[in-house]
Design a protein around this ligand. Structure first.
Ligand code: TXA
Ligand code: MG
Length: 337
């Protein structure tokens, strides 16, 4: 597989040739790395599912570089939809529309809708704008692993299974895009991300709702699959600094990993010396950026059997971060007070 750094400005030409021939190219976006194929070539898109080991009823997001591409891929775009597009594209927001006939069934997983996003990452945008190839791209990880936030993660998972990777360094955000369903009267968040409910409502001046899972079935098929869980048991710790201190003193630190913020690491410095400590950085934004890399890191350390992580306030970006953390922990939360 060719590994190309973004500084080499011929990456567009190389990627275009591979994509035109039905190959797979991994590329950075501002959220996580994507594994791209020409979205209008069903056979090429089928290779994505094979490479990832992904169930074929889990549809792909189509990435575009120019707004004109959108109008060909979907049935219609309302004034309300356009308002959202103007406010948030290019950026970490995926929108669901009724699909047009040119979208292959393999991309939409047999649904009559399609997910589209225009990423803001400069490498992705240059590739999409200069090739004008709409790219179907899920996160570039093996199914069941955390999404990749650096080229190394992609290489670890997919090295011999894809044709090319463009190394654009570490991503800016670190959790996957917000998915907003625009096919119903009230816009619905199917997956929370960097673009929050509040940010959307501020632009729309009307209500946005979260997907209420009907009988446990979420509307984004991907949200129903077993989510990434670390090899070791992950438990979220819910309590203040005093509670944390007491708990950590009472535990046997042997074979335990701890994930804390920088601030907590300082406050708890006396009681965490024997633990393997990982840090999220300073708040929700830093934590989104580092979460998947930390979990991948811990998985490579066979001496660890249990992971404790602190939690974040479920507000704004913290809400999206907690969505990923709770899934990775299988909802195991320890109330410490
Ligand atoms: O940030 C991101 O969105 C990254 C980067 C690469 O763009 N992509 C990503 O793709 O996270 P993936 O395939 O890992 O997740 C796509 C999610 C899945 O949960 C899938 O079920 C949902 O989008 N999805 C795709 N098309 C859909 C549709 N027509 N209706 C509802 N959900 C859809
Ligand atoms: Mg994914």
């Amino acid at each position: 597989m060719a590994i190309i750094r973004k500084e080499k400005d011929n990456y567009v030409g190389l990627a275009k040739e591979i994509l035109m021939n039905g190959g797979l190219v991994a590329f950075p976006t501002e959220t996580v790395y994507g594994l791209g194929a020409n979205a209008l070539n069903g056979d090429a898109c089928r290779k994505i599912y094979l490479a990832k080991g992904r169930p074929s009823d889990n549809p792909l997001i189509i990435h575009i570089g120019k707004i004109e591409q959108l109008y060909k891929l979907v049935k219609s775009v309302s004034d309300r939809d356009q308002l959202i597009i103007d406010a948030f594209w290019p950026g970490p927001l995926t929108l669901i529309f009724k699909k047009s006939d040119i979208v292959p069934d393999i991309v939409s997983g047999g649904l009559d809708t399609v997910a589209i996003r225009m990423p803001s990452n400069d490498v992705a945008l240059k590739l999409l704008r200069e090739t004008l190839i709409p790219m179907a791209a899920p996160s570039a990880n093996l199914s069941g692993k955390p999404s990749p936030t650096s080229a190394k993660h992609v290489i670890d998972d997919l090295n011999d299974k894809i044709d090319m990777i463009i190394d654009g360094g570490e991503v800016e955000i670190g959790i996957e895009s917000t998915i907003l369903d625009l096919t119903e009267d009230i816009p619905k968040i199917l997956r929370p991300g960097y673009i929050t409910k509040f940010m959307l409502e501020e632009v729309l001046l009307s209500e946005v709702i979260y997907d209420e899972e009907i009988n446990g079935t979420p509307k984004a098929p991907g949200m129903k699959y077993k989510h990434y869980a670390p090899n070791s048991e992950l438990i979220l710790l819910d309590g203040n600094d005093e509670n944390l201190k007491e708990f950590l003193v009472s535990e046997n630190p042997k074979d335990k990993a701890l994930i804390l913020t920088n601030e907590q690491k300082n406050i708890l410095s006396d009681v965490i010396k024997e633990y393997k400590v990982y840090t999220y950085g300073d708040g929700s934004f830093d934590a989104c950026k580092s979460l998947y890399a930390i979990l991948r890191d811990i998985d490579t350390d066979s001496s660890i059997n249990k992971i404790y992580s602190v939690i974040f306030e479920k507000e704004e970006l913290g809400y999206s971060l907690m969505n990923r953390l709770e899934k990775a922990a299988g909802l195991k939360i320890l109330k410490l007070d």
